[in-house]
Ligand binder design. Structure first.
Ligand code: SF4
Length: 337
């Protein structure tokens, strides 16, 4: 197995918040709460979970836009916090973020040529007199012709803008793309085109991708491995086929059962009740116990570790006291004691 490109070890990211008339609680928001994650060259890791589960904070940690409160982010085996200036420069170039809203990520007063050329010039990747040729080549890679070079963001559709966002990311020749809900702002008819483009680019350029989304069908289309997050924690991770076929955590099961493609499958539909608890006051024990259909008495006091699922591949882990039982129950919901 290839050595990790990027590795997170017990990473936490907390924010201090004050109480306001609209917010009752002051204290620490636990946005990312002890995450371990490995991304290897050429693989796509899908990260799923409801809004507010910490996915976007994780994306910002991965690309170095946020620093962990504690824990370690390593790039090719080196702790990022200990990199020297030149190494840090290389790290920031090697990981690029593709945003959910490409419109917001582009300067409306800059032409497409100038926006895409920015990273090439900053990193001195080609001589100045070859920049336009390089931008034209990048546009071609994302399915756009040279006619877009001198256009401005307001002249482009959402799908075209997202292609420009991807071209900008590719301009600095990254090894890893972190895509944060890259198609959720697009029409359904355009989503498949952008997803297929990302898959093609991954193969052509041997890219690794971290693909963050709340739509599990979209993630299945993209990912080799999937990571489920709840309240800032990884609650399940494993090969995509295995997690989708025999999910070992009730939360993953509930998310999967709610996807349209699985509505008619033989697994029972789980309706998650209520909203996730406040990330300022995390529940004791298992963080999911307040909404879990399979919770038992010990779940409210004992926190489950992320452990390998019995009988599964060693890469399939779940943070549930009853993961083995959940994984075996292919057609019916395990009953609470
Ligand atoms: Fe549900 Fe208990 Fe498993 Fe948590 S540990 S997911 S509450 S069954």
């Amino acid at each position: 197995m290839a050595s990790p490109l990027l590795q997170l070890s017990d990473v936490h990211r907390n924010y201090r918040v004050r109480s306001t008339p609209l917010r009752r609680h002051s204290g620490e928001v636990h946005a990312v709460n002890g995450v371990d994650l490995v991304v290897r060259p050429g693989e796509t890791v899908g990260i799923v979970g409801e809004s507010g589960c910490g996915k976007s904070t994780l994306a910002r940690l991965l690309v170095g836009l946020e620093q962990p409160t504690s824990g370690t982010v390593s790039w090719r085996g080196d702790d990022v916090s200990g990199l020297n200036r030149a190494q840090r420069h290389h790290f920031h170039r090697s990981i690029q973020l593709v945003f959910q809203d490409p419109h917001a990520s582009l300067n409306p007063r800059r032409s497409i040529r100038d926006s895409v050329a920015e990273g090439i010039l900053t990193h001195g990747l080609v001589p100045r007199n070859q920049v336009e040729d390089r931008v034209t080549e990048l546009l071609s890679q994302v399915g756009l012709n040279a006619g877009y070079l001198h256009r401005y963001p307001h002249e482009l559709s959402g799908g075209q803008l997202q292609r420009i966002g991807i071209a900008r990311a590719l301009a600095v020749e990254p090894q890893l793309l972190v895509c944060d809900e890259p198609v959720s702002a697009l029409d359904i008819s355009i989503q498949a085109q952008v997803l297929n483009l990302l898959n093609d680019l991954k193969r052509e350029l041997d890219l690794a991708i971290v693909f963050i989304a709340h739509d599990l069908d979209v993630v299945q289309h993209m990912a080799d491995r999937i990571v489920t997050m709840y309240l800032g924690k990884v609650v399940e991770s494993g090969p995509c086929e295995e997690v989708y076929g025999t999910s070992a955590h009730p939360y993953t099961w509930a998310l999967l059962s709610a996807t349209p493609r699985r509505a008619g499958s033989d697994r029972e539909r789980i309706m998650l009740q209520g909203d996730p608890p406040s990330p300022v006051e995390l529940p004791t024990g298992c963080v999911f116990h307040t909404r879990c259909f399979a919770a038992r008495a010990e779940c409210s006091t004992q926190s489950p570790a992320l452990l390998p699922v019995a009988g599964a591949t060693e890469q399939h882990s779940a943070a549930c006291h009853f993961a083995d039982e959940i994984a075996k129950s292919s057609t019916s919901i395990p009953q609470s004691a």
